[in-house]
Write a protein that binds this ligand. Sequence first.
Ligand SMILES: [Zn+2]
Length: 303
Amino acid sequence: MESLHKKACEWRKNGTFHHALMLTGEEGVGQDVLARALADLLMCEVKAAPCGQCHSCQLMAAGSHPDYLFVDGSEGTIKVDVIRQLIQRVSKKAQVGKTKVLLFKDAHAMNINAANAVLKALEEPPENTFFILTTSNSFGMLPTIQSRCQKMVLDSPTKEEVIAWLEREGHTEVSDLFWLAQQPFHLLALKESGYDKLYRALPEKVCSLLLGEDSVTNIVKGVDQSNIHALCDGYAALIHQVIQYSATGHLPEELTNVSNLMLTKRSIYHLMDRYKGMIDLKQRLKRSNLNPVMQLTHELNQW
Ligand SMILES: [Zn+2]
């Protein structure tokens, strides 16, 4: 990531910064952090950017720069009305410095109309305007948008590198959640979501379910609209790891007990069905207002 940032500093210095940049990599590998750093770099008004001192840098730090526009696709579909409004704003002159930046986080969340509106803007970019798009799913992006953007690909670090990074940053407490997420910023997001305790409790809950020591009714206690998606992710990741283990022999140690139990008590085909069941459940819950407790109960009854 540092080398990519350095490269971008060079582009800015030489005036060769591409007006459309796409940052791709696995979820949580750092594309959003880098994208924001590049926005800071572009917005700074002095040559040795980012200086952290000029008016623009101060406005960026305060989150109130009028020429920096941010769209968050992680919160749901990005629709065309939003895009039209933003493009209208950047087609006017910058209010503070010269530059305007439009940053799309999780740009794959654009629907087709929104994507076409962005494509049009990329083809005829407003003056002094930079588009930065981040995604963990570049297959979900229109090929025509991809071909208009300069790409920056962030490599996935090894497990050892992530552990070293977590240690340096003082976040070692999340390293036991590797079975759920492997990328550094994804791990931090799990912690910030406040669901890390819930995830940690899952392997033991599944064990007691399979051993008949606990009932599904008990296990789904406390499930509601707010945490159901996190739970579905957790259950799905857990089964995924167990299935993967049966094929590769690699398993995070946190899952040793639950994995042995699952593979003794259930066939691999059954586990595959339950993995699919959990993914389907998550999709169904996204689309409609189903009762999360009833739905999860129904699914866990089949484990
Ligand atoms: Zn500055």
